[in-house]
Design a protein around this ligand. Structure first.
Ligand SMILES: Cc1ncc(COP(=O)(O)O)c(C=O)c1O
Length: 449
């Protein structure tokens, strides 16, 4: 057996795991092994119990509420006496013996070997991300697109087939139609609201189903549980982009999805000041993606990793507030005569509101709406906004707005934009932490002209 296989896993405390927690740091106050609890631990071997040693561990059980997990899920990893986590700018780490160097070089995801492989701060953030998504393991990457691309490249090879949605973040659409196609991976694009369409699209070579719910920018939903069930029955991996919902509002893994990705640039970071991505899922799959990430070199830098952890601590507070504000803003827009349609799953008029209620706990801080008078009205409306900043991205503390068709005019033709369901009057907004009444007043004056 290889003793070099390091993995992160939730281990239910049973007979086998009781032996695992003979480690002094994991014993109860009375020195007895703990029972009926879960620990997030990193061990070196799954097979030879005698060779197990705990190399990094969080002593935080994952049965706390999300708000507590965000603050404590990395506790016990990389312990020193500092209360705030340290940053590790060092690219490389000293070994004190040949044996230690060998261990650092051969142990997958060793947090103290070479920064492209990870750092102790990465291990902390990944522990938090894994716990809040209910996953065995997490991996940080340089951006949301790095997380999606790296996962796809790790899981697919020439001759494979993927199923993807018509409404995706444009980068994902470009990955599927451009990059993957160039490397011999074919794709079928389906309407995400139609679960039967996924079943029809699956073929013998289908290896991956790419999902995004709610999707950017149309806030369309996918029945994650139904698609996950279908994929499992055929042995196909599912990967869901949970950027818009956030783990505060939705946990795809609990619905049966295999892998969850995030543009952590958005709500997870939350301050429009860092670019980051993450993928969470079963240890074995995440380790495959990590293998690919060290070849592609798309890992996250030390400072962004630390900044992301700082942002994560307040995710719950921020998203709860953004959920409430977005719903108020959506209701206001829906009542306005100049607005033809509002896309927000929290509205009773959203065609998939019932599904939203079953798979989401809140509906997020992003919505889009179409102006009745189309492109001209949208282009006139944008510069009249005073509190909303005209900018791309979303999920931060300040409200942003963008005209969707203009945003993608550099990469997509008008025809492709329409095919993606984006009409010329569509505006996407992301609410920040401003008072809802002030944001509504800003929209109101901009709509009045
Ligand atoms: C839903 C979604 N997924 C992925 C991405 C890509 O993320 P990043 O810009 O961090 O690469 C975005 C960016 O807007 C997004 O909205």
């Amino acid at each position: 057996m290889t003793t070099g296989a390091c993995y992160h896993e939730f281990i239910p405390i049973g007979r086998e795991a009781t032996r695992l927690i003979q480690h002094p740091a994991q014993r109860s106050a009375r020195g007895r092994p703990r029972r009926q609890q879960y620990f997030f631990i990193c061990v070196r071997s799954t097979r030879n119990i005698d060779e197990v040693s705990i190399v990094a561990s969080s002593d935080h059980p994952p049965d706390h509420a999300l708000a507590t997990q965000l603050v404590h899920a990395d506790r016990g990893i990389d312990t020193d006496s500092s209360v705030a986590p340290p940053i590790y700018p060092s690219v490389t780490y000293r070994a004190d013996s040949a044996a230690q160097f060998r261990e650092m070089a051969t142990e997958p995801r060793h947090p103290r070997f070479y920064a492209r492989y990870g750092t102790p701060t990465h291990a902390r953030v990944e522990a938090v991300l894994a716990q809040i998504e209910g996953a065995q393991a997490g991996l940080l990457l340089a951006s949301g697109m790095a997380a999606i691309s790296c996962s796809a490249l790790a899981l697919l090879q020439a001759g494979d087939h993927v199923v993807a949605q018509r409404s995706h973040y444009m980068g994902t659409t470009q990955l599927v139609n451009g990059v993957l196609a160039r490397f011999g991976v074919s794709a079928t694009i389906v309407e995400q609201g139609d679960t039967d369409a996924f079943a029809t699209a699956i073929g013998p070579q289908t290896k991956l189903i790419l999902l995004e719910s709610p999707s950017n920018p149309l806030l369309r939903l996918t029945d994650l549980e139904a698609v996950a069930r279908l994929a499992r029955s055929k042995g196909i991996t599912t990967l869901a982009d949970n950027t818009f919902a956030t783990p505060v509002n939705q946990n795809p893994i609990a619905l049966g999805i295999d892998l969850v990705v995030h543009s952590a640039t958005k709500f997870l970071g939350g301050h429009h000041d860092l670019l980051a991505g993450a993928v969470m899922g079963p240890s074995a799959l995440v380790e495959r993606i990590w293998d690919m990430s060290i070849v592609l070199g798309c890992n996250l830098g030390a400072f962004e990793t630390w900044l992301l952890l700082r942002g994560l601590r307040t995710l719950d507070l921020r998203v709860e507030r953004q959920n409430a504000t977005a719903l108020q803003v959506a209701r206001y827009l829906e009542s306005h005569a100049a607005v033809a349609a509002v896309h927000y799953p929290g509205l009773e008029t959203h065609p998939q509101h019932a599904l939203a209620r079953t798979q989401m706990r809140g509906f997020g801080g992003v919505l889009s709406f179409s102006l009745r008078e189309g492109r001209g009205a949208a282009l006139a409306f944008m510069p009249r906004l005073r509190l909303f900043t005209q900018a791309v991205s979303l999920g931060g503390i300040e409200a942003l707005a963008m005209h969707a068709a203009t945003t993608w005019s550099g990469t997509l033709s008008e025809e492709q934009t329409r095919a993606a369901g984006i009409d010329p009057g569509l505006i996407r907004i992301s609410v920040g932490l401003e008072a809802p009444a002030d944001l509504i007043a800003d929209l109101d004056q901009a709509l009045r002209g």
